[in-house]
Design a protein around this ligand. Sequence first.
Ligand SMILES: *Cc1c(COP(=O)(O)O)cnc(C)c1O
Length: 371
Amino acid sequence: MVDLQQQYRKIKPEMDAAIQAVIDSAAFVKGAQVEQFARNLENYIGSRHVIPVANGTEALQIALMALGLRPGDEVITPTFTFIATAEVVALLGLTPVVVDVEWGTMNMSVEAVKRAITPKTKAIVPVHLFGQCAEMEPLLALAKEHHLYVVEDTAQAIGAQYTFSDGHTAQAGTMGNIGCTSFFPSKNLGCYGDGGALFTNDDTLAEAIRTIANHGMKVRYHHDMVGVNSRLDTIQAAVLDTKLPHLDEYIAARQRAAAYYDRAFAGCSKILTPERSQNSTHVYHQYTLRITGTDRNKVREALTAAGVPAMIYYPIPLHLQKAYQDPRYKAGDFPVAEQLAASVLSLPMHTELDDEQLAYITEHVLRAVEA
Ligand SMILES: *Cc1c(COP(=O)(O)O)cnc(C)c1O
């Protein structure tokens, strides 16, 4: 699905030097590279504050803690996504409220969010799924109208750009109160282990986030609030700071591979290629097809047999997960998410796909859907 070895080989001298410098300094925690990377990422995404943490899931947890949400508060999130969002909501004793997604973009349905708002709703957590922004303009308007916080999960969409109706643009993760991202190795900006970050333009929230991520401590051994220990290691910061100048090339390489896939599948009625959102660029964390009129699982098996990896993101929506069973929800409640879970198929997508590989993959996908 990804080829991180080839990507590393292309930047090996600079990467090795950056990692060696951390080892030489022995500042493995809170080394200068952490702040340096945070400042560079602030410039790249256009956010006042970037606060690095240990991983993307903790970024989401810290975001909800910084907003001061209390047990019983409702947080709205899409049911078709990775588990992290609902997980941290549940861990904090908040109430996850899941909503359906759009069949085309697979992102959170604004209409569904509108219907899910109650007097207990405190926040909306849109996930910019697979690499393009959810419909932020109407979501932000809805949030404003109902005095709700917006926490963007941009783990899959760093670098995606959203255009508002007045023509101004903003990067994924910089539009809500807080943006959360992950630097898991396979993410579009990935480190060589775990990492994550929070983005905010709000100075007060930034201070709360920094404090919570550091044991609730501003002055050493004075704990003002209950916090966590969540840090980005210096080595990971050095890795990320080395890769950040390449992020635009990496995105372009993914978009090139996606365009190849789009062209190859254009004439095939059994394959629906990813629909582009009108207002967002797509950075293709995943290239996710919807298979119609044939058995998706058989297609996947045929691809596996031909040596083409293909993954199902995500096979079970949140409301049907065992750990999240809830009398409020049952099978059939979120038909789009359930239909997507039964029909999506993600193809290999990374920065190193060449035409020969793409030709092989597309030929076998076309063969598998017609079999
Ligand atoms: C990867 C991911 C996360 C979690 O990131 P980790 O760094 O693995 O904790 C959260 N949300 C989404 C949508 C993700 O894809």
